[in-house]
Ligand binder design. Structure first.
Ligand code: GLV
Ligand code: MG
Length: 355
């Protein structure tokens, strides 16, 4: 067991001090691109003003014979782009692949000062994070990286889900966790063939009415991902790190994508992946509290004075617990608005009909 007092000591001589809190930076959408694809790479500078996070993907989706081109492409993009306030992340290859070690060595030593977060696929337990923690510290020390690079785990194996709490708390480097519904479905032997989203077969049916079991009965589709997201949110919140919905693969179905993102937002997630530019706007809308909700939350906070006791507002009871919920909404809104003048104006104008 590591003593708690050693937890915040660098794991290599000369590596930067670990962070004590995950710094709040907007990350409503983690926009994936293939850095080895020159057409996509050329679009990166144009995307910078529109996205919170740009992620150079080296793992699934990049063919085996283009892994090195993707890695080298990311180094070039990181060196040649002004990212401003936008974060640069990467998704490295999985730890059991032949590429992960070279991904880490190249990226940390060559662009360690530009890279904010390393996303790690198929994390199974705290041991994967411990391995990375030390290795990244050694590489940071070697390259004299000034601030620690954070780690983000993808939850996409049954063992990872079983160990999600220990993964979340494995290192001060842990920034967050994303649901990886495609790999998770495969490794759990779920009988779906999609990337995220619901399934029409996963439903509950209304009880029989007067016409018996053959009569018309409403069906209600259920959310395949509810259990996993809820578990992930609790693990992240308990350890002060951030939970995310992962990918939604049906690019055409912007309506269902928005629904899935919103469910995740309401349950506590702060963002989702965008796999296509059409999903950037969806994530920005969903993961920014609505002006109406912010206006309501501000009203409730003002009405509650020192935050204790109870008041009625439009027939709804407010007390210490509702004021805490309202503060979550207002704090998120203010943190996002601090970097987004449009959002700031929308929140200043308020909104109608919140709850
Ligand atoms: C993402 O990597 C997924 O497997 O869904
Ligand atoms: Mg995956």
């Amino acid at each position: 067991m590591r003593s708690p007092k050693d937890f915040f000591r660098p794991l290599a001589v000369g590596a930067p001090e670990p962070v004590r809190e995950v710094p709040f930076r907007p990350s409503r959408m983690i926009h994936f691109f293939d850095p080895g694809n020159p057409r996509m790479a050329a679009k990166v500078p144009g995307l910078v003003p529109d996205v919170d996070v740009l992620l150079g993907n080296l793992e699934d989706g990049v063919p085996a014979d283009r892994k090195e081109a993707a890695r080298d492409g990311l180094v070039g993009i990181a060196r040649g782009t002004d990212f401003g306030e936008t974060q640069l992340w990467t998704r490295i290859n999985s730890l059991d692949s032949p590429w992960a070690l070279d991904d880490l060595r190249t990226l940390v030593t060559e662009i360690g000062d530009t890279l904010d977060v390393i996303m790690v696929p198929k994390v199974e337990g705290a041991e994967d994070i411990h391995y990375l923690d030390r290795l990244v510290a050694q590489l940071e020390a070697k390259a004299r990286v000034a601030r620690p690079i954070l780690l983000h785990a993808i939850l996409e194996t049954p063992r990872g889900v079983a160990n999600v709490e220990e993964i979340a708390g494995a290192s001060p480097r842990m920034q967050g966790i994303s649901l990886g519904p495609a790999d998770l479905a495969a490794s759990r032997r779920m009988k779906t063939t999609r990337v995220g989203g619901g399934h029409p077969g996963y439903l509950v049916r209304e009880d029989p009415g007067a016409d018996g079991v053959a009569g018309a009965r409403a069906v209600f589709q259920q959310d395949l991902w509810h259990y996993t997201i809820a578990r992930m949110v609790d693990a992240c919140a308990a350890h002060g790190i951030l939970p995310y919905y992962g990918p939604f693969g049906d690019i055409q179905d912007t309506v269902a994508c928005e629904d899935q993102f919103r469910n995740a937002f309401l349950l506590g997630c702060v963002g989702a992946w965008s796999l296509h530019p059409v999903q950037i706007g969806i994530a920005k809308k969903v993961f920014s509290p609505s002006p109406a909700d912010v206006a309501w939350a501000r009203r409730a906070i003002a009405a509650m004075g020192d935050g204790t006791g109870a008041v009625m507002l439009d027939g709804k009871m407010q007390d210490d617990a509702t004021v805490k919920q309202c503060r979550v909404v207002v704090e998120l809104a203010e943190a996002l608005a601090a970097r987004d003048p449009e959002l700031r104006a929308a929140y200043a104008a308020g909104g109608e009909g919140a709850e």
